[in-house]
Design a protein around this ligand. Structure first.
Ligand code: CP
Length: 312
């Protein structure tokens, strides 16, 4: 099989807002090439990467690991519980150390919004940064796997009607997706509890009640209720959230014939979506997880391309 070069070159991947439309489409296409096994994977057996997760994760952490192994990379294991973080070492000093040890790429998830700014402007840290989620800021690799999943379904973004529903204030998924989906020509709608809707979202789309949304859209993107970011300030029960803002079987049957359902997961079953619908015909939730591996392979490759281009 031929190795077809990914033409995208990146220094870091920290925010969707810093990618051009061409780079986004290039990464999706490369993810599709890896998925279809039409091309042989590049093999980077002499390179080291590390995954620094300061917040819990299953999908992002483990799919980066799978992607790294698929690309033949050496993965430096890191666990916050047994690292010098426990002695008070800062994120900056941890990344400085990994970079000095030879890690070329650090995938990082951290609760602090914009944590990456001091890392990518450091005169000493040479490792490239992939943001695996910064507080309620950005989650670019999740966004790219979401875009890949939508692209697989429709083959374009222009003119699609897409709703993002739920815990908008705390969602890095919503913030990563809304600007790029607008840029790619989609029409956006929002829904969910008013307490999590703010003027910030008006610039990107229109707020509609969930019962209107389900009849309107091509893509229904549900968000997880992020209990861990609410400081116990929730004014509704799980049952009332589900009835007012969730995807119930009744609402499912009102969706357009071709509409798809997405959710970044983990899913609060019977809250954002009825338990029986998580694996329903219109659900693409499992496909999103699978696509995450391939698009993350494309991201890592683009970064290693960027590093090689700097040297040459
Ligand atoms: N979607 C997502 O980011 O899941 P994890 O928190 O399990 O990585």
């Amino acid at each position: 099989m031929p190795v077809v070069d990914n033409k995208v070159t990146l220094n870091h991947l920290v925010s969707m807002e810093l990618l051009t439309n061409e780079e986004v489409i290039g990464l999706i296409m490369r993810g599709e090439q890896f998925k279809s096994k039409q091309v042989a994977c590049p093999h980077y057996q002499d390179k080291f990467v590390t995954n620094l997760f300061f917040e819990n994760s299953t999908r992002t952490h483990k799919s980066f690991e799978v992607a790294e192994h698929q690309l033949g990379l050496n993965v430096i294991a890191f666990d916050t519980d047994t690292s010098s973080i426990q002695k008070g070492e800062t994120l900056y000093d941890t990344v400085l150390t990994m970079s000095a040890l030879g890690a070329e790429v650090c995938v990082i998830r951290h609760p602090e919004e914009d944590y990456y700014k001091s890392l990518i402007t450091s005169p000493t840290i040479t490792a490239s940064i992939i943001n695996g989620g910064d507080g309620s800021g950005q989650h670019p690799s999740q966004c790219l796997l979401d875009l890949m999943t939508i692209y697989e379904e429709y083959g374009h973004f222009d003119g699609l009607k897409i709703a993002i529903v739920g815990d908008l204030t705390h969602s890095r998924v919503a913030k990563s997706n809304m600007q790029i989906l607008n840029r790619l020509g989609a029409t956006l709608y929002f829904s969910g509890p008013q307490q999590w809707y703010s003027k910030e979202f008006d610039a990107y789309g229109q707020y509609l009640a969930m019962d209107r949304i389900v009849e309107e859209v091509d893509v229904l993107m549900l968000l997880r209720v992020q209990h861990e970011r609410h400081d116990g300030q929730e004014s509704f029960s799980k049952e009332s959230y589900h009835q007012l803002h969730g995807l119930t079987p009744k609402r499912y049957h009102k969706l357009k014939k071709h509409a798809i359902i997405m959710h970044p997961a983990p899913v609060n079953r019977d809250v954002e979506i009825a338990d029986s619908l998580v694996e329903a015909e219109k659900s693409r939730i499992v496909r999103q997880m699978t696509n995450g591996v391939y698009v993350r392979m494309a991201i890592i490759e683009a970064i290693l391309n960027g590093r090689a281009a700097k040297i040459n």
